[in-house]
Ligand binder design. Structure first.
Ligand SMILES: Nc1nc2c(ncn2[C@@H]2O[C@H](COP(=O)(O)OP(=O)(O)OP(=O)(O)O)[C@@H](O)[C@H]2O)c(=O)[nH]1
Ligand SMILES: [Zn+2]
Length: 224
């Protein structure tokens, strides 16, 4: 669930509401680290609006720096999460030795070169593994995708990190991850190829070594 960085009614940021006027803080106000980050990022967005020639004081933009800062904190919330906290209660001993595939997982990330989104159109991430006496809660696979997606990324690293996190969590016989994304930095600017999509994969263990296992995964996880 999205954590509201600013839902404490006693927060100086709430009291100030405009939040750009640091002088409005009372002397005894202490800010949490998140509040400090929100404050700093808000003034960065305020500056950015001025630099593009906008007037941050016009009505429609009054709250924009703070909204944009909150949005950026949400887009990058993966930095505050770690795999152990997310999966540790959902690893189960199970004598299952058939392939498990979760597919059509949506993904949203930010390109680390341009800070613009890349994302899957409808169904764009497939994750499969061959268990080795342990299985992982299915939702945790989607949560792992979120943890690494909500960071500044390149698609290749994102794909590999998802595979490695599952390998580390349950030590399966193999893992496969296929990701298909549209990069807005190639759509809205730069090359401006609106229909281009990028597919990346990461195969570990038997998924890499055994072509039949890999094919089974690619068939089961076929992006629809
Ligand atoms: N391999 C990889 N490249 C990416 C990813 N996201 C963006 N890029 C690329 O990063 C490259 C950055 O290249 P530069 O030449 O430094 O930047 P640029 O001048 O903005 O490049 P153009 O996008 O071609 O205009 C571009 O080719 C982007 O398409 C990604 O996830 N993986
Ligand atoms: Zn980019």
């Amino acid at each position: 669930m999205e954590e509201n960085v600013n839902d404490d009614p006693e927060s100086p940021i709430v009291r100030k509401s405009g939040i750009l006027d640091v002088n409005a803080l009372r002397e005894d106000d202490t800010l949490t680290i998140r509040e400090q980050r929100l404050l700093t990022m808000t003034s960065c967005y305020h500056e950015l609006l001025e630099q593009i020639g906008e007037d941050p004081k016009r009505q429609g933009l009054l709250k924009t720096p703070k909204r944009a800062a909150q949005a950026m904190l949400f887009f990058t919330k993966g930095y505050e999460q770690n795999i152990q906290d997310v999966v540790s209660d959902a690893i189960f001993d199970e004598e299952c030795d058939e392939m498990v595939v979760v597919k059509d997982i949506d993904i949203f990330s930010l390109c680390e070169h341009h800070l613009v989104p890349f994302f899957g159109k409808a169904s764009n991430v497939s994750v499969g593994y061959l268990p080795n006496k342990r299985v992982i809660g299915l939702s945790k696979i989607a949560r792992i995708v979120e943890i690494f997606g909500r960071r500044l990324q390149v698609q290749e690293r994102l794909t590999r990190q998802i595979a490695e996190a599952i390998a580390e969590a349950i030590n399966p016989r193999g893992v496969g991850v296929v990701v298909e994304c549209v990069h807005m930095c190639m759509v809205m600017r730069g090359a401006q190829k609106i229909n281009s999509k990028t597919t990346t994969s990461s195969m570990l263990g038997v998924f890499r070594e055994d072509s039949k296992t890999r094919e089974e995964f690619l068939t089961l996880g076929k992006l629809s």
